[in-house]
Design a protein around this ligand. Structure first.
Ligand code: SAH
Length: 472
């Protein structure tokens, strides 16, 4: 360990910032946030610093730095733009046992300030020991996204019931067990929605050792690229006791879920679709009734051809609390990564999402209603029915040279984009082995694909998700 981390209490702690520019201003703000007893030493100060000094009634010594000005300080920030001056300040502070930080001069710092995630009272500090402040900031962003928004309020609430918990449990072990249950309960995801009464009820249930009620989160996992997950989806995945996932959800996405959660694959087989859906609905209810937090993870968006509505109906009937987390749907993800804008002022003012899979076997889509000018048609679950799509649309009046794209494994590193004319769709489907899942995009916008596919398709170094394989 290069440095020793501590959190410093700045109450009644005389601190000085030497310097009057932007950097000095930022350092002063940070110190004031922690209630430092602050003095600014600088003959000239910037506008922002002047306003801060006036607003917060801070002592300002409008002089060039001299050692006597910091003799009584316990912490000093050297923020002048003169490295020799900063070095002199450092030497003085070291000789007089004053904590010193010289901005951007790690060699003359007794302490450094970390990158922080501030959800006070929770405070997370990240340091790279001066090796890479930018990396430390990236890590901070990652932590920010992983923390539930209400973490500060949850911490405060936990503080407010400490006395009660101490009374309820005599031993440290019992108390620790309580807190473990508390911080994995629904409080973490529902704090904002809960009334004071709900919270007290939950705490009492945990004290009595009874099972708390579970809940189900219907979470959209997006089309494939894990980086397209929403922050909320990621948070739910990391809080879940059980992850119930579809075949469409890739292992790289599942890897981001809580490691010790149970994972249940409910990949559907086409022939057993209906029966299996009922079984899934029952499974969700059973798990929630056992008190589990269930993340029902679905490919794309849960409400777009995801049967999310049906699962919710069962949950409502069983009085199970639920939340729905929307996501990037396959049409949006595949189109973007393939370089096909779904709408365009000149080519498409409407976009229609349809399914090629009808709930009534043998029933054909209403092709005529799908043939419209200035429209892009996106067909989910339709590639296997390429022959019917081609025949149906042409018979309903769509021009046979309408451009079509099949996007296979869209947004993943295995993405492939095949383009052809509508009249060639059946042949293309028969001649190429098209992997699953795949999406059909039909419309003039497909013409823009080559134009907007700005990555060199042969270049191994181009961004993988954009690496298209044009097969025409
Ligand atoms: N709820 C999902 C759709 C589920 S239906 C969503 O919003 O995206 C399943 C169909 O979605 C597949 O048959 C395929 O047509 C399409 N699909 C989903 N992910 C895809 C991907 N990564 N690439 C291409 N098509 C995809």
């Amino acid at each position: 360990m290069e440095q020793f981390p501590i959190f410093l209490n700045l109450d009644n702690f005389p601190c000085a910032v030497v310097g009057g520019g932007d950097v000095a201003y930022r350092k002063a703000c940070a110190l004031l946030k922690a209630k430092a007893q602050l003095t600014i030493i600088a003959p000239d100060i910037c506008q922002e610093l002047a306003e801060l000094i006036a607003e917060q009634n801070i002592e300002h010594i409008a002089q060039v730095w001299t050692p006597n000005l910091i003799a009584d300080m316990r912490l000093v920030v050297a923020a002048t733009d003169d490295e020799t001056v900063n070095t002199k300040i450092y030497e003085y502070c070291e000789a007089h046992k004053i904590l010193i930080n010289a901005v951007d001069q790690p060699a003359i710092c007794r302490y450094t300030t970390p990158s922080i995630v501030d959800r006070s009272p929770i405070l997370i500090a990240i340091s790279s020991a001066g090796m890479s402040p930018v990396l430390a900031r990236r890590i901070r962003a990652m932590i920010e996204t992983a923390l539930p928004q209400s973490i500060a309020e949850i911490a405060e609430y936990a503080g407010s019931i400490r006395g009660k918990i101490k009374q309820a449990f005599g031993s440290i072990n019992e108390r620790r067990l309580f807190w473990e249950k508390f911080f994995t309960s629904s409080i973490m995801s529902r704090f904002k929605q809960m009334s004071e009464q709900d919270k007290t009820q939950l705490v009492d249930t945990l004290i009595n050792g009874a099972e708390t009620q579970g809940e189900v989160w219907l979470v959209g996992a997006g089309p494939g690229d894990p980086e397209l997950l929403t922050i909320k989806a990621l948070q739910k995945m990391q809080l879940a006791d059980v992850v119930v996932y579809d075949r469409l959800v890739s292992s790289s996405i599942l890897d981001l879920a809580r490691k010790d959660a149970d994972f249940i694959c409910v990949g559907k087989q086409k022939s057993l679709h209906l029966k299996q859906q009922e079984e899934i609905n029952d499974l969700l209810v059973r798990l929630a009734k056992e008190g589990k937090k269930v993340c029902r993870l679905k490919g794309g968006d849960p409400f777009i051809f995801g049967r999310g509505g049906e699962e919710l109906e069962t949950l409502v009937e069983a009085h199970i609390p639920f939340q729905v987390i929307p996501a990037v749907t396959a049409a949006a993800g595949c189109a973007s990564y393939a370089g096909i804008p779904l709408t365009h002022r000149d080519y498409a003012r409407k976009v229609v999402f349809v399914t090629g899979q009808n709930s009534i076997a043998g029933e054909e889509p209403d092709w005529a209603s799908l043939v419209q000018p200035y429209q892009t048609l996106v067909i989910y679950m339709g590639v296997g029915k390429s022959a019917q799509v081609q025949q149906g649309l042409i018979a309903a009046g769509m021009q046979s040279d309408m451009p079509v794209a099949i996007v296979e494994n869209g947004t993943t590193t295995q993405q492939k984009v095949h383009t052809c004319l509508l009249s060639e769709l059946t042949d293309l489907h028969q001649s190429k082995k098209i992997g699953s899942p795949a999406l059909l995009i039909i419309g003039h916008v497909v013409k823009l694909q080559q134009q907007l596919n700005w990555f060199d398709t042969q270049d191994e170094n181009s961004t993988p998700a954009f690496k298209n394989y044009l097969i025409k």
